[in-house]
Design a protein around this ligand. Structure first.
Ligand SMILES: NC(=O)c1ccc[n+]([C@@H]2O[C@H](COP(=O)([O-])OP(=O)(O)OC[C@H]3O[C@@H](n4cnc5c(N)ncnc54)[C@H](OP(=O)(O)O)[C@@H]3O)[C@@H](O)[C@H]2O)c1
Length: 277
């Protein structure tokens, strides 16, 4: 299988290696002047599905094998290598507890990704990015492994700090940050994390986390892998769910690569979109 992919945009068209594509490209746009940079990443089918209902009837949804693939996963990990902090969700933790998540949260410690851990060391970064979980319900269990590397783990919630679940999380070492209302706002997420020194924040949450960030226009960059497969399936989310946004968020295409080797030649498009500023 070839490691080569084809750059389609910007011109001119060139061949380059998939491995290192996002690791070695500057994460921040060239004209970046902001303090905190927030980015996210999805892999989607051509008909816009990022997950399908779990066939085992758990009531959860999972990323199907028809779109997940190791080449996209490599790029997902490369993006994680750049991060100071990962944003995830209560939904991810329920999926993880049910054994349905693709992996424990990156950066992966599996052998094929050891270069990414070395890269972080070379950059003077901690072994693993810290983590912030968005959850109103607090209906999840945190893996003890998250604390093993000295990671800071934040839970951003609208629940009461005196709730049993909140007390348990704090006893486990979680820094619990509470907010009014029924959902934490994107602005609040970025403000509290920026105040704690986080500069490169990678959202690996799903479509409601993305909506939270877009509703307050605090997402700077979206990496989107599209597998040109139609998979159908009622109840499978797209990259963005929930109520319509009050203001549409305009992005501009910054780079586009064609990877012809994914899914035994089905291929995929690797796009980077930056928020228009
Ligand atoms: N294909 C892909 O690239 C991709 C990427 C990401 C996720 N996915 C899939 O998409 C599906 C859904 O993902 P997900 O459950 O991780 O993410 P999600 O749908 O974005 O998040 C769902 C949960 O996150 C919490 N949440 C989100 N926004 C919140 C806010 N503003 N305030 C408080 N809590 C908030 C809530 O947790 P509580 O219910 O605990 O309150 C909510 O139920 C999963 O099947 C996942 O595998 C696919």
């Amino acid at each position: 299988m070839s490691d080569l992919i084809t750059r389609l945009w910007p011109n001119p068209t060139t061949q380059t290696a998939l491995r290192g594509l996002y690791l070695n490209s500057p994460l921040l746009p060239p004209d970046w002047t902001g303090q905190t940079f927030v980015y996210s990443n999805f892999v989607t089918s051509l008909d816009g599905r990022i997950a399908l209902p779990d066939a085992n009837g758990t009531g959860l949804t999972v990323v199907p094998d028809s779109i997940a693939n190791p080449r996209d996963w490599r790029l997902f990990q490369e993006l994680a290598a750049h991060a100071d902090l990962l944003i995830t969700s209560g939904g991810y933790l329920r999926e993880f507890a049910a054994g349905l998540a693709q992996d424990s949260l990156p950066v992966s410690t599996d052998a094929p990704y050891s270069d990414l851990l070395e890269w972080r060391r070379d950059q003077g970064l901690p072994a693993q990015p810290d983590v912030a979980v968005l959850s109103s319900s607090l209906d999840f269990v945190l893996p003890d492994a998250w604390f093993a590397d000295g990671r800071r783990v934040f839970v951003l919630t609208t629940a009461d700090t005196a709730d049993t679940a909140a007390l348990q999380l704090q006893a486990q070492g979680v820094e619990l940050l509470t907010f009014p209302g029924t959902a934490v706002s994107g602005r609040a997420v970025v403000d509290v994390l920026a105040a704690r020194g986080y500069r490169r924040i990678y959202s690996v949450g799903g479509p409601y986390v993305l909506r939270t960030l877009l509703a307050d226009n605090v997402l700077d960059t979206l990496f989107l892998t599209t597998v040109p497969r139609l998979i159908g399936g009622t109840g499978g989310p797209g990259i963005l769910e929930g109520l319509p946004l009050d203001c549409p968020v305009d992005l501009q295409l910054s780079s586009l690569y064609y990877d012809g080797s994914a899914h035994e030649g089905v291929g995929q498009l690797l796009a980077r979109y930056d928020r228009r500023r």
